[in-house]
Design a protein around this ligand. Structure first.
Ligand code: SF4
Ligand code: SF4
Length: 437
């Protein structure tokens, strides 16, 4: 076994809190306005294609970029463009956002038509046009992922259904409510990319999803549903590839270098629906949960809906929220209020009251080494934090901060409550902004 993975096989134990796993997905009504940031993905921001007072329809293309690494953005509502304004996202990145006042009609744009797909090129063009990005949280444009440099060396599609983050149950609901569409999406990828094997990885705390997918895939050559041990972070791309295929993605490599492409279960489910309807990515299922939420549930929301509107739909706050997270407790981003829009790769909004939030302040590192033990990639989080605070580029590179996948395991186990994963995120941003490879 490679030392690269010696910690991965154990992972860390986190409480699951899958409180909403049995909550059938509900759809929230269209809010009075949406805010559609022009950066909802990894890569270059889009440029708005509309102007103030334009009328827009559902599914209409409203933002695009001529840069390769980007993903188009479509309107999730019909209505009028009320403003195009600067938007600072929860990580402090400035971009523009198109604010649309909805008319309540949800008129579908005439451009929304099922794509004509007869070969790989048309398939990839359709995936790009759909606006699909990795829905597991990373936000990587899917059409790029599906077009590796050496396609002849890729033979396996790995479906990420681990959903190892506490609280979040959106992927589980995708399996349970749309299992057939998940398979249709998988079949399309397998067909156009000429893949041989499909590995569907699901943590063993979701036995119903495992049973359902085993039933649906029975008799399909090359398909395997892999029951994964419930430990964190099983859903991390490199970990998942190892656990489902036994292949190792070495340092500096991409999954395609190990012959695999990884897609989130909700991504393939969406892809199946897009190929049938042509409706781009304009809605998102999110888990709304946490001690401050009156009615935790899984909700389909229009992309761009404000957290405050989503919360109102979920019965409002039953207690004053002390902490609001976009995403799960391990990798999510804390926001200081609920005036932020839900974007494509959000998969949860969690709100916790004062009693639930750990108010213990950070204290000095006691050099216990637990963060190193917890890291799946043998990184040294305490040393990385020190290097980041010193803005020591050489040390950050030597300590391989770019290998950090921001899983949050180190922060979780740290007895000094140091926010190590966030420090790594900021360190990577610092290297990027200074174009330091
Ligand atoms: S956040 Fe980064 S450094 Fe911390 S455990 Fe995860 S991969 Fe390792
Ligand atoms: S877990 Fe926390 S206290 Fe222990 S070595 Fe890492 S940073 Fe220091």
């Amino acid at each position: 076994m490679s030392s690269f993975f010696k910690k991965t096989l154990s992972g860390i134990k986190v409480a699951h809190h899958k409180n909403t796993e049995d909550c059938k997905t509900v759809t929230m009504p269209v809010p009075a306005k949406v805010s559609l940031p022009m950066l909802q993905h990894m890569g270059a921001p889009c440029v708005p294609l509309v102007k103030v007072n334009d009328t827009v329809n559902v599914g209409q293309l409203i933002g695009s970029s001529d840069k390769f690494m980007s993903a188009p953005i479509h309107s999730s509502v019909s209505g009028r463009v009320a403003a195009i304004e600067e938007y600072i996202n929860p990580l402090g990145v400035r971009t523009q956002s198109v604010i649309i006042e909805t008319d309540g009609l949800q008129t579908v744009d005439p451009s929304v038509q099922p794509p004509v797909v007869g070969n790989k090129e048309e398939f990839l063009a359709a995936v790009k046009a759909s606006g699909l990005i990795g829905l597991g949280g990373a936000g990587f444009p899917t059409f790029i992922k599906l077009n590796p440099a050496k396609p002849e060396e890729v033979d396996t599609l790995v479906i990420n259904g681990a959903e190892c983050e506490p609280y979040i149950t959106t992927d589980y609901r995708e399996f349970m409510e749309n299992g057939e569409e998940v398979l249709e999406g998988i079949a399309a990828v397998v067909k156009y990319l000429e893949l041989k094997y499909v590995k569907i990885g699901i943590e063993d705390n979701k036995p119903e999803a495992i049973a359902k997918m085993k039933e649906l895939t029975a008799g399909r050559d090359g398909y395997e549903v892999v029951s994964l041990k419930s430990s964190y972070p099983q859903g991390a791309e490199k970990v998942l590839i190892y656990e489902t295929t036994g292949r190792t993605v070495k340092e500096g490599q991409l999954p395609a270098d190990a012959g695999a492409i990884v897609m989130n279960v909700s991504s393939v489910g969406f892809l199946a629906r897009y190929l049938k309807t042509g409706m781009p990515l304009v809605t998102k299922r999110i888990t709304v949960d946490g001690s401050a939420v009156a009615k935790p549930q899984n909700v389909v929301v229009p992309v761009g809906a404000m957290i405050s509107d989503v919360m109102e739909f979920c019965g409002g706050y039953q207690k004053e929220p002390k902490l609001i997270l976009m995403g799960g407790p391990m990798t999510g981003i804390a926001v200081y209020d609920d005036a932020f829009p839900v974007i494509k790769n959000n998969n949860a909004i969690l709100a916790f009251d004062e009693d639930f939030v750990n108010e213990e302040p950070e204290s000095p590192c006691i050099r216990c080494g637990r963060c190193v033990q917890a890291c799946p990639f043998d990184l040294m989080p305490a040393a990385l934090e020190k290097a980041y605070h010193a803005k020591d580029v050489d040390a950050l590179k030597a300590l391989k901060v770019n290998l950090c996948m921001e899983c949050g395991s180190c922060s979780y186990v740290c007895p000094a409550k140091r926010n190590l994963a966030f420090s790594n995120r900021m360190a990577k941003k610092f290297l990027r902004e200074n174009s330091i490879k």
